[in-house]
Write a protein that binds this ligand. Structure first.
Ligand code: 0X9
Ligand code: ZN
Length: 294
């Protein structure tokens, strides 16, 4: 990130800032690529909320590099840089990520020490302020989907929520990468409080139209199948998710939780470039669909 910022695209401003620190006091870094022009909307891309989902980290780095290298070379890159600011957070969960390199490859949560010290970690995709602690999250610290001791208890959650709140609807689309399984998912993960059924947003038809555009474009890249739909109705109910917070609480109009290609967390490096090509196609198509609202 620092290298990319040091060699910013001519005419653009690249800044790496630290948006917060983790439980183990590691920096959570963001790369912003912007222009000194007022009121530009932001495309947000984050990854590695779940520590073991390494393909998301690498995919994000490829996308950052693609923007840096292909301005005035690739027409989509040129268009998307001329029109939008970009915010990248490649590693939302640095403690968990480090732990997957040093101790346990399949670790998912962060590394907070819990009330039950033998079971560390909070699931950062269950900790956000969006129907926190309800359907699809656990109150057991030993669970892989532990929601945490209280809403937004985690420093990592706070760091992200603070900037999502500050940017609000300036973010045109928030894309968060997870692994795995070929899914382009949209809010919401949570259920309706009253009916206990998957919550259906008032603009579900519009956000689904954009999800379909993204998933259809991705399918064309390698002739693969990509599922699409709300988190709750397509995979399972999940409360306290970060894209639910952005969409439901901060007015971010479009959000996607993308489960990158594959059928496992441990994939060979040869998967990085195909994953990049797919996610990039999805981003380009989704922004195009958003701009061409019928
Ligand atoms: O359980 C989750 O948090 C996500 N699945 S994962 O295997 N990556 O843990 C599903 C929730 C919504 N998905 C995304 N936001 N991508
Ligand atoms: Zn995940």
């Amino acid at each position: 990130m620092d290298k990319i910022a040091a060699k910013c695209i001519p005419g653009f401003v690249c800044v790496v800032d630290v948006i917060g620190s983790s439980f183990e006091k590691q920096p959570i870094k963001r790369l912003k690529i912007s222009k000194n022009v007022a009121n530009r909307r932001v495309i947000w891309l984050d990854a590695t909320t779940h520590a073991r989902e390494w393909l998301t980290t690498a995919t994000t780095f490829k996308i950052m590099k693609h923007l840096q290298d292909k301005y005035k070379v690739d027409s989509s890159v040129t268009k998307l840089l001329d029109k939008y600011d970009w915010h990248f957070i490649p590693v939302v969960n640095p403690d968990g990520y480090l732990y997957t390199w040093t101790a346990s490859r399949l670790w998912r949560k962060n590394r907070r020490i819990n009330s039950k010290p033998s079971c560390p970690g909070v699931d950062l995709n269950r900790n956000a302020d969006s129907e926190w602690g309800s359907n699809g999250a656990s109150s057991d610290p030993c669970s892989e989907t532990y929601a945490g001791p209280s809403v937004a208890s985690e420093l990592e959650t706070k760091a992200l929520q603070t900037i999502v709140t500050a940017l609000g609807s300036k973010i045109i689309e928030m894309i968060t990468l997870h692994a795995y399984g070929n899914y382009w998912l949209i809010p919401f993960g949570h259920t309706d409080n009253r009916t206990k059924l998957c919550y259906v947003a008032p603009d579900a038809t519009e956000t689904m139209r954009v999800a379909n555009a993204a998933a259809n474009a991705i399918e064309k890249v390698f002739n693969t199948k990509w599922k699409r739909g709300t988190i709750c109705s397509t995979i399972y109910p999940a409360s306290g998710g970060m894209i639910d917070y952005a969409k439901g609480k901060q007015g971010v109009p479009y959000a996607a939780g993308v489960e990158v290609r594959g059928n496992g967390f441990i994939v060979p490096p040869s998967q990085i470039n195909p994953s990049f090509l797919e996610v990039w196609a999805g981003i380009v198509a989704s922004i195009e669909a958003i701009e061409n609202k019928p």
